[in-house]
Design a binder for this molecule. Structure first.
Ligand code: PGA
Length: 256
């Protein structure tokens, strides 16, 4: 089964609206040669998303946000609905990022509500899972990831899985310069696929892309992306410079 590689940037709180068009255009230019081989996405702060969609017009770059709420509208100060995201022309969203879990009280249950809303709205949803260093050292990786998947994906069907991407991001590797070794990452990716097979059936699990995230950069992308169950990357720091992001995308285009 060949799954199209998906490389998504997660800009976090790093790019202003006035800087957005230039970065999207630089990324489009630097990655044009790989556009048919790799699905390329920029997930931006909500306030940048209109600029990003406008700048990506006429390119194959997809645009998304870093979060969404589960309600359609209402008194939820500071939140954005999936309907609002769709209205901008953006087509992707990240849910359950570890920074949301760590700093903003996100739980497996709220991740489930956000992921469900995103998929029902027709957005492609990159749902993040990952263990902390303490959990890894206590040998709890499978337990934690298994729970995040089962609760996070509760109620979704095999049909819904067509719009689902899972991002495995070991919390200890995010923004730290520490990367999981390709073997460590592959082991967890294989476990994620097994769990997806239990939830949605084996055939569907084979179609779901699983990204690795956590200090992925041009220098380590090729060996990570060469692993059987690593189908892409969710990139923080290295997504902020077009040349670095393009280096990762080129590795994805050349991966088997
Ligand atoms: P990083 O972030 O590439 O800067 O480690 C990845 C992420 O948090 O999505």
């Amino acid at each position: 089964m060949s799954r199209k590689k998906i490389i998504a940037g997660n800009w976090k709180m790093n790019v202003k609206p006035s800087e957005t068009a230039a970065l999207v255009k630089a990324i489009a230019e630097a990655t044009a040669a790989y556009a048919d081989k790799v699905e390329i996405v920029c997930c931006t702060p909500a306030i940048d998303v209109l600029e990003a969609v406008a700048a990506a017009k006429g390119t194959t770059i997809g645009v998304g946000t870093e979060n969404c709420h589960w309600e359609d509208h209402g008194a939820f100060t500071g939140e954005i609905s999936t309907g609002m995201i769709v209205d901008t022309g953006a087509t992707y969203v990240i849910t359950g990022h570890s920074e949301r879990r760590q700093y903003f009280g996100e739980t497996d249950e709220t991740v489930n509500k956000r992921t469900t809303a995103a998929i029902k709205a027709g957005l492609t949803c990159m749902m993040c899972v990952g263990e902390t260093l303490d959990e890894r050292e206590a040998d709890l990786v499978n337990e934690v990831i298994g729970r995040q998947l089962k609760v996070g994906l509760k109620g979704l069907t095999a049909n819904d899985a067509a719009k689902l991407v899972i991002a495995y991001e070991p919390v200890w590797a995010i923004g730290t310069g520490k990367t999981a070794t390709p073997a460590q990452a592959q082991q967890v990716h294989a476990f994620i696929r097994e769990t997806l097979a239990k939830l949605f059936g084996e055939a569907t699990a084979e179609t779901i892309r699983i990204q690795y995230g956590g200090s992925m950069k041009p220098g380590n992308a090729a060996e990570l992306l060469a692993q059987k169950d690593i189908d892409g990357g969710l990139i923080g720091g290295a997504a902020l410079k077009a040349a670095d992001f393009a280096g990762i995308i080129s590795a994805a285009a050349n991966a088997k």
